[in-house]
Ligand binder design. Structure first.
Ligand SMILES: Cc1cc2nc3c(=O)[nH]c(=O)nc-3n(C[C@H](O)[C@H](O)[C@H](O)COP(=O)(O)OP(=O)(O)OC[C@H]3O[C@@H](n4cnc5c(N)ncnc54)[C@H](O)[C@@H]3O)c2cc1C
Ligand SMILES: NC(=O)c1ccc[n+]([C@@H]2O[C@H](COP(=O)([O-])OP(=O)(O)OC[C@H]3O[C@@H](n4cnc5c(N)ncnc54)[C@H](O)[C@@H]3O)[C@@H](O)[C@H]2O)c1
Length: 452
């Protein structure tokens, strides 16, 4: 006999965990199905542990910046406190008891195992069938993509999941993929002493960002001793005698560890979405402004393709919960999705890049200001790489995108995320007072550049 509830949540990433709790708080009977860890990728394998790594590598970098600025310092990297902090503070040794108890404490029925949609309003987990009176909320997230490179599958390569469990910084590390994961982890391990090489198939690092961001990070990485090869095509991978050998472009490259960071995808087939009337061969699940994917089916998080970020998953959770509870509220809006690459310097970005704005047919005007030319950048001196770039819809006189790169680029982004979200006229932004001497004062200089 089937267990009857109001809502079945499949997958407990940040959004699914949040939604299950909120729906239970609202008095609904909720079953939440999770095959791995309650909380999903972010707390155990992604955002939190990698940002602990970043924090540690930033400390090393600042220590190395002391000479010539503040005296002498000798920096001797040691990975063990980083590994211990990730194991003990961030992940409880990859044990989700605290999160699971928190959820069941709200009255949610936690069902461990892989959920499969087996009919309208029906989910099967092992030999258990769950019937959802109101519907199913899908939050299955995404899995690392592993490219079909000859020999790779049989080797002990890392994805982010193994990288965060590292107990030592490898002597040498080859990273395939120069996007978010590749860039953040390349710098972390390089600053802990690993010889790092990035192999990127495209023609630049961080290809989703402005070309100026790619150019800046390439220069920073060169100073960090990171080797970058773009337009790299790995033909084969071998693992012998504890070392990886990669064959590419007629050469070979060896390394102690290999990190595959080539993007992520969602497995719709094994979820059985066809039983809910959805296309199982699609890249993701299409949702409307209320997160509805089909009658009685909602989806949130990476699987929706609206930005693979925890804040998007959480934002969509609130929208889906409102709709499931029959409450009114604004529909989802993605005009101002913020994103931060936590390299040093950080690269904050929101909305459209210049190229995307042009592709959208807008009359684009841009403004650019390097941080080094701003008083705070000059004061900061070593480590002051960065800039502010603004993308304006010239016809409407509002910003549609912005990039803030610099020592606190992710924080400076806040101001411009508000501007893009609220469509604040650039004339109004120009009339503001920007505190002296802050990094965000470079916004004023970029606005002046935009005016020409
Ligand atoms: C290395 C790395 C660093 C990142 N850093 C950041 C960052 O700094 N900031 C940021 O905003 N984002 C970051 N991200 C992205 C972020 O981790 C994800 O966007 C975020 O986890 C949201 O994903 P989600 O809610 O879609 O689900 P996920 O976190 O992917 O969780 C989905 C859950 O569903 C479960 N599941 C899947 N299928 C089934 C099934 N059939 N039955 C039962 N359970 C199932 C999985 O086990 C998993 O626990 C990072 C990602 C990576 C890889
Ligand atoms: N700070 C953050 O918010 C943060 C940090 C890490 C990850 N994330 C999220 O996780 C997602 C996944 O990150 P990611 O870095 O894996 O993906 P990504 O899409 O950012 O980058 C993948 C890169 O791999 C390259 N690539 C693909 N196949 C290749 C091949 N065979 N050889 C060489 N290069 C190849 C691509 O050209 C691309 O540049 C991101 O989309 C992001 O949303 C966010």
């Amino acid at each position: 006999m089937a267990d009857e509830v109001d809502v079945v949540v499949i997958g407990l990433g940040p959004g699914g965990e949040d939604a299950a709790g909120r729906l239970a708080d609202a008095g609904l009977a909720v079953a939440a199905v999770e095959s791995r860890l309650v909380g999903g990728e972010c707390p155990y394998y992604a955002c939190v542990p990698t940002k602990m790594m970043v924090r540690a590598s930033d400390l090393l970098a600042d220590g190395r910046r002391v000479p010539g600025m503040a005296g002498d310092a000798t920096v001797r990297p040691d990975w063990s406190p980083v590994a211990a902090r990730i194991r003990d503070d961030a992940t409880d040794d990859w044990d989700d008891k605290v999160a699971a108890d928190r959820l069941t404490g709200k009255g949610v029925t936690l069902v461990r195992g892989r959920g499969r949609i087996t009919g309208s309003h029906e989910v099967t987990v092992g030999d258990r069938t769950l019937r959802a009176r109101r519907g199913i909320l899908i939050n299955i997230g995404s899995e690392p993509v592993v490219p079909p490179i000859d020999g790779l599958a049989g080797t002990p390569y890392w994805t982010n999941r193994e990288a965060v469990r590292a107990t030592a910084a490898p002597g040498s590390l080859i990273i395939v993929g120069g996007g978010f994961v590749g860039a953040e982890l390349a710098q972390v391990f390089a600053r802990f002493g690993s010889r790092v090489t990035i192999l990127e198939a495209g023609d630049r690092l961080l290809a989703r960002d402005e070309p100026e961001s790619s150019q800046m990070i390439a220069q920073v990485f060169e100073k960090d001793g990171i080797k970058v090869r773009t337009q790299a095509r790995v033909d084969a991978v071998r693992h012998e005698n504890d070392a990886f050998t990669l064959h590419l472009d007629g050469e070979h490259l060896t390394g102690d560890r290999l990190l595959v960071a080539t993007g992520r995808r969602s497995d719709l087939k094994s979820l059985g979405v066809a039983a809910a009337g959805l296309d199982e061969d699609a890249r993701g699940i299409e949702v409307d402004g209320r997160m509805r994917a089909a009658p009685g089916v909602w989806a949130i998080g990476d699987v929706t393709g609206k930005g693979q970020f925890t804040h998007v998953s959480m934002y969509q959770s609130a929208v889906a919960v409102r709709d499931i509870l029959g409450q009114d509220g604004p529909s989802a809006e993605y005009r101002a999705v913020p994103r931060v690459t936590f390299t040093d310097p950080e690269i904050g970005a929101v909305g459209l890049t210049e190229a995307q704005a042009r592709e959208a047919g807008l009359t684009v005007r841009t403004g650019f200001a390097p941080l080094s030319a701003a008083a705070r950048g000059w004061i900061h001196k070593v480590g002051n790489e960065g800039f502010v770039k603004l993308v304006e819809d010239g016809e409407r006189g509002v910003l549609v995108g912005a990039t803030t790169a610099g020592p606190t680029g992710g924080e400076v982004l806040g101001a411009l995320a508000v501007a893009v979200h609220a469509q604040v006229p650039t004339a109004t932004l120009r009339g503001m007072i920007y505190a002296y001497p802050t990094f965000h004062r470079a916004i004023e200089a970029a606005l002046a550049d935009l005016e020409g």
